[in-house]
Structure formats: C-alpha cells, structure tokens
Design a protein around this ligand. Structure first.
Ligand SMILES: [Zn+2]
Length: 170
C-alpha cells in the first residue's frame, strides 16, 4: 500500500525542471470509467511517475501504473480479479499540431490553458486500453465447461418486416 495521494493535475514543465519523481496512488473510486467496468471500489491505482527534460530539451513524463479490478467472466459469469499494468512516456504539447512534430517514442499529451496535464485521466486512459475485449478466466480457473458454446449468436433474428404493415393497409 502506498500512502502518497497524487495530485490529479500537474504542471509538467516546472516538474521537469525540478526532476520531480512521484511514487503514490490514485483512489480507484476517482477513475469513473474504469470503475464502470469493475465491481471493486476500494482499490488503489499505484502510480510511479517521473518528469524530466531530454537531450533535445523536450519535457517528458514517464511512468508506470498498476491496479487490480474485478471483471465478469464472459464464459461462466463469475467475477474474477484482473491485474492491469501499463507503462507510458508522454511529452506535453500545446496543441494537436505540435504533437505531429514529436519524436515517435513519445506519446503526446495536450496541456490545458494553465499549462497543466490531468495525470489521473492520463493514467486512466492508459489502463482502459489494456482492458481485455472479452474478459474471461484462464480456462483452468473457469467454472464453465470448456465445451460450452458461450457467445454463440442465435441462428436468425426474428425481425418484423415493415412491409407486412403496408400489406395489411391495402
Ligand atoms: Zn469463468
């Protein structure tokens, strides 16, 4: 458990000049999009992030984040714990246009009118990208039988034909 609660927004340029390093957390309850897919609210999202300036004088934000959430297995419908881990390296830019001039090893993050970035949102975006498309247990941990034809679509969908209504009018 980490005990340093991180600031939600941060000024990357000043932080880079100070070579700031943060090792702390966000409460999962503040990450609403992630929380919407999880049944666990008490967890922490652990974040380690450092700010610096590279040889080309570009500010960078580099870090790692991890958390545990509960997903529902799409095979057996039981909840299971999934660990999410990401690492990232961003460089702050003024607008989309300057983002195009960034070296490709950086992801761009656009600063707001105060020159700040929303670190919490940044971390949440990264974590959202690692969510499995179809969450499911490892086969050995799953209570559903391996041969169940889960996720199979019905053969035909009974749709009312709009022309039937017209026929009846005649
Ligand atoms: Zn399962």
């Amino acid at each position: 458990m980490k005990d340093l609660k991180l600031p939600i927004t941060i000024e990357p340029k000043k932080s880079a000049q100070r070579h700031l390093e943060c090792d702390g957390y966000f409460a999962l309850s503040g990450l609403e999009r992630l929380l919407a897919v999880s049944e666990k609210a008490g967890e922490q999202v652990n974040v380690k992030v450092n700010f610096g300036i590279d040889a080309e004088k570009l500010v960078f934000i580099s870090g790692k984040a991890s958390t545990k959430i509960n997903l529902t297995c799409q095979r057996c419908n039981e909840p299971f714990e999934q660990e999410l881990k990401v690492s990232f390296i961003f460089s702050p830019v003024k607008d989309e246009e300057s983002a195009e001039h960034l070296p490709s090893h950086y992801d761009a993050v656009v600063v707001d009118e105060n020159g700040e970035v929303n670190l919490r949102e940044l971390v949440e975006d990264e974590l959202m990208l690692t969510l499995p498309l179809i969450p499911k247990h490892d086969l050995k941990d799953c209570s559903a039988k391996a041969d169940t034809s889960w996720g199979k679509l019905p053969d035909t969908l009974e749709k009312p034909n709009p022309f039937d209504v017209l026929k009846n009018l005649k």
